[in-house]
Structure formats: C-alpha cells, structure tokens
Design a binder for this molecule. Structure first.
Ligand SMILES: Nc1ncnc2c1ncn2[C@@H]1O[C@H](COP(=O)(O)OP(=O)(O)OP(=O)(O)O)[C@@H](O)[C@H]1O
Length: 468
C-alpha cells in the first residue's frame, strides 16, 4: 500500500530542524505541517484531521515533547509518535517509550534515516490496517472456551460490559483475567476510549503512587517533568488494576478515596483532577484471607467487589484444552509462516490428563515451544516427554514444599531461618533467570525486576563458597 500524500506533522521549536525535516519529508511525497510548540500542535489536533504520523522534539518551551506525547496517547492512542532528542540516555529514551513513543530518533540525525523511519512506521500502520479491519478482533484477544463455566462467563461479560460497574476478577495465574478485562472494555460503550492496564505487583511500591495518579515536575527527586498517571490516561475508558492484592496499604487508602470521590491530586500537585474511569481489578490471591490477615482493607474490597467474576482454573475445564491448544498452534503457525501442527491422539490424552498449574498461559507456552521444536507436523506423545513434568506439580506445590522445608528446619532448631530461606530463594530465581537468558546478567535482572547491581551482589552472596 502506498503512503504517498500521508499527513505528517513535525513539532520542534528549532526552526532549522523543522525546516530541513519538513522539506525532506515533503520531497519524499508526504503532506507535512510544522509546529513550533506542543501547544500549537495540540490546538491543531483539536481543529484539523489527525495526521498519520507525528515527529516531536523533547525539549521545547511550554509543554515539552513528552507531555505532548502523553496527551496524544490519551486522545489518539493510534497515532504513532516519533520522539527526537539529543538526550539519548536511558532515562530519556525509556521515558519516551514508556509514554508510548513509537520510535526514538537521536539528534543529530541523518535526513535519509528520518525519511526511511517515516516510511517504515507508515508502512507498518498500513499493513496493520490491512490485516485488521476495525470490526475484526485480533485473534489473540478472542476468548476460547465452550465449557459450561466459560459459557456462563461469556454471558456475564455480555451483561456486565454495558453497565459501568466496578468488576473484580479472581482466578489463578494464567487463567485469562486480563483477557476478560479487555473483553469487558471492548464490548462496553467505552470501547473507543483507552484501556489502560497496570500490574501492581510489577511496579516498585515507591513508584506506584505516581504511576497511578501522576506527578508534577519537582514533586520528588528525579521527577524532572510532569507525568500523567494511569488514572488520567484512562479517562473515559477502563483502568485494569492487576494483582490488586499486592497494593501497599498506604495506596489502598488513597485508591479507596479516589474510587469514592472520582477525583484526586497528582503527587505534588494542587490541581484537583476529576476522572471518569471504570475500574476493573484482578487478583490471584484470596482477598478475604488478606483482609483477615490485615493486609487488605475490607472497605476497599467492598468497593471493588461490586461484581465478581471467577475464572476457573484450566484443570476444572479440561474440555477446553484441545480447542485452546489448536488455537495456539494456529497462531504460532501464522507467525512462523508454516502449516499448523496437530496433536496426535495420545498427545491430546496427555494434555487432558495434565493439571496445568500455570493454566492457559502454560498451555500457550507449551504450544509455541512445540510449534518451534517438534520435528514433524503431528506432535506425538513422546514429543511431550519432559515438557509437562518440568512445569508440572513441582511449581504447583511450591509453597507446600517450602512449608515442609521450614517445618523440618524449625524442628531441627536451625537459626536464621528467614535469611537461609531467602538465600535459597534468590539463588533459585537467579539460576532460572540466568539459564533462561543464556547467562546474560542485565537481561536476567530485567526479567526478575531487579537492578543489575542487585543481581551481581546476590550472585556474590549466593555463589560464594561458604565456610563451615
Ligand atoms: N480463554 C482463553 N482463550 C484464549 N486465550 C487465553 C484464554 N485465557 C487465557 N488466554 C491466554 O493465556 C495467556 C494468559 O492470560 P492472561 O494474561 O489474561 O491471564 P491472567 O489471569 O491475567 O494472568 P496473571 O494472573 O498471571 O496476570 C494470555 O496470552 C492469554 O491470551
């Protein structure tokens, strides 16, 4: 598909950059408009057709490029934004990508490189549009299931999608909680507004507040510029709070207030922000138990638990396993541009007998591995050898094994049990992550959500031979 004539906007307060980039893009056949500030571009967005691509500088007087990016992502999430900056340190590039930038272009750049980048981004967009007419859902978003439990769930989603009620989704890890939240949004009158997801457990507690509610420039050390939080990003749409049981107590109090009042201040801010957001929360934990243990606020649970959807573990709906497996093998085949593989009868029987502690995600991962590794088009029972055990009961009974170990140690009078358990825990996680990344420490650290230095330090303590 040709992108000749596509509308591209360039936002930069530096006239010469604006001029040379606009000229190069015009010469390449695009319809280019230039703006000298974020404000000028934003007001044009309110009155003119939305362009197909926008380049923005970061440092500009008034709102900077990252604020512009945030505002664009709220109002026009589909518009790709290329962020240009002379500051290519990790904080700037990560900030840009976290804000939803499509690409990052380091200044000074080569004009041919910028034109090529525009062609590539516009090409990807055109391909995506050709692949996905708006009325067709991406395959990966379709909920597969024909078991009574899933049918009941689909009916509930249909009913609940229409009402702006808060929903609490419970279910073991990998049962499809996020997929259900997306379906509730997609089927709702809010579907054209943003769906914003936040995994509470994945963000360090000290950053969570500003991630949720945003902060003003200078609110704390390191807060160089204003950050729009997920609540604001989700305005008009749906905010999905995953692993809500892991939310620290102080934030639970704040969240409760925001849910009750629909308004809040950004961290360090004085402006009262009002939002219209439908909240969907999810957890794999038993919140009632957390309440009893004093780790979760009962009033917050009541506020979130207006309607509860329980996702059954896969072992309670084994009948769905073959259809799910077939779906995942087809998706993998599409991605690898190869004919889809199939499971032999004995292989299917083994899948049906397995307990799936990692639920649908475990099945999905297994299918992708088999699509890549199984030698023939038909997957045999022996192709599964080793694959099911490795993810099987050991991980399901992990806490039971730990408890038994602790009991033994306590009985044996071991001192410093917590420190010893932690050391083994760190060691196991690090070993697994390093195996997974082929020994690359930085990547292993990222996958574990740890800093590289922490990993190095832990390797130091967990690997050092111990004196006895
Ligand atoms: N019913 C389903 N049909 C098709 N795919 C599914 C289904 N349920 C889950 N999946 C797929 O399984 C994977 C895990 O699902 P999802 O992330 O929604 O689970 P989750 O319950 O939110 O997990 P966690 O608790 O770990 O966050 C995803 O790739 C999702 O697309």
């Amino acid at each position: 598909m040709s992108n000749e004539g596509a509308s591209v906007w360039v936002v930069d307060d530096d006239r010469s950059v604006r001029f040379v980039l606009a000229t190069a893009l015009s010469d390449a056949g695009y319809d280019v408009s230039g703006f000298d500030s974020a404000d000028a571009a934003l007001s044009a967005l309110g009155s003119r057709p939305v362009p197909q691509l926008l380049f923005t500088d970061v440092r500009m007087p008034g709102d900077d490029g990252l604020v512009l990016l945030e505002k664009i992502k709220q109002a026009h999430p589909q518009l790709p934004v290329v962020v240009m900056s002379a500051y290519t340190d990790v904080a700037s590039t990560a900030g840009a990508f976290r804000g939803g930038a499509h690409e990052f272009l380091s200044k000074p750049f080569d004009l041919d490189e910028a034109v090529e980048l525009a062609a590539r981004v516009l090409g990807e967009r055109a391909e995506a549009a050709a692949d996905l007419p708006p009325e067709v859902e991406p395959a990966g978003d379709v909920l597969v299931g024909d078991s009574p439990a899933m049918r009941q769930l689909f009916r509930a989603i249909g009913r609940l999608a229409q009402a702006p009620l808060t929903v609490l989704i419970t279910g073991e890890t990998g049962t499809g909680k996020e997929l259900v939240a997306r379906a509730l949004h997609r089927e709702s009158p809010r579907s054209r507004q943003p769906f914003v997801a936040l995994n509470t457990a994945a963000i360090p507690a000290e950053l969570l507040e500003s991630e949720l509610f945003g902060h003003e420039a200078g609110a704390f050390t390191g807060a160089a510029r204003r950050h729009i939080g997920r609540f604001e990003q989700a305005h008009g749409g749906t905010l999905f709070l995953d692993e809500i049981g892991d939310m620290p107590a102080s934030l639970q109090t704040r969240l409760l207030r925001v849910l009750a009042e629909g308004e809040f201040f950004r961290v360090g801010g004085r402006e009262l922000i009002r939002v219209d957001v439908r909240v969907i929360a999810a957890t794999h934990q038993d919140l009632e138990t957390l309440v009893q243990e004093g780790r979760f606020r009962a009033d917050l649970l009541h506020r979130l638990d207006v309607v509860r959807l329980r996702l059954p573990p896969l072992r309670e709906r084994r009948g769905d396993v073959p259809a799910l497996a077939e779906r995942f093998l087809h998706e993998a085949a599409d991605r690898f541009a190869a004919p889809p593989k199939r499971f032999s009868r004995p292989a299917t029987d083994r899948l049906l007998a397995h307990d799936w502690p990692g639920n649908v995600r475990e099945l999905e991962n297994l299918c992708w591995r088999l699509a890549a590794l199984a030698p023939a088009d038909t997957i045999t029972g022996s192709d599964l050898d080793g694959m099911l055990q490795s993810t099987g009961p050991a991980s399901a009974d992990w806490d039971a094994v730990l408890k038994a170990w602790a009991r033994d140690q306590l009985a044996a009078g071991t001192a410093d049990l917590h420190a010893k358990a932690r050391e083994r825990f760190d060691h196991a996680l690090l070993e697994a992550a390093l195996e997974h990344t082929g020994g690359r420490r930085t990547e292993a650290a990222t996958r574990l959500g740890l800093g590289r230095n922490t990993v190095t330090r832990k390797l130091g303590t967990s690997r050092r031979p111990r004196r006895t």
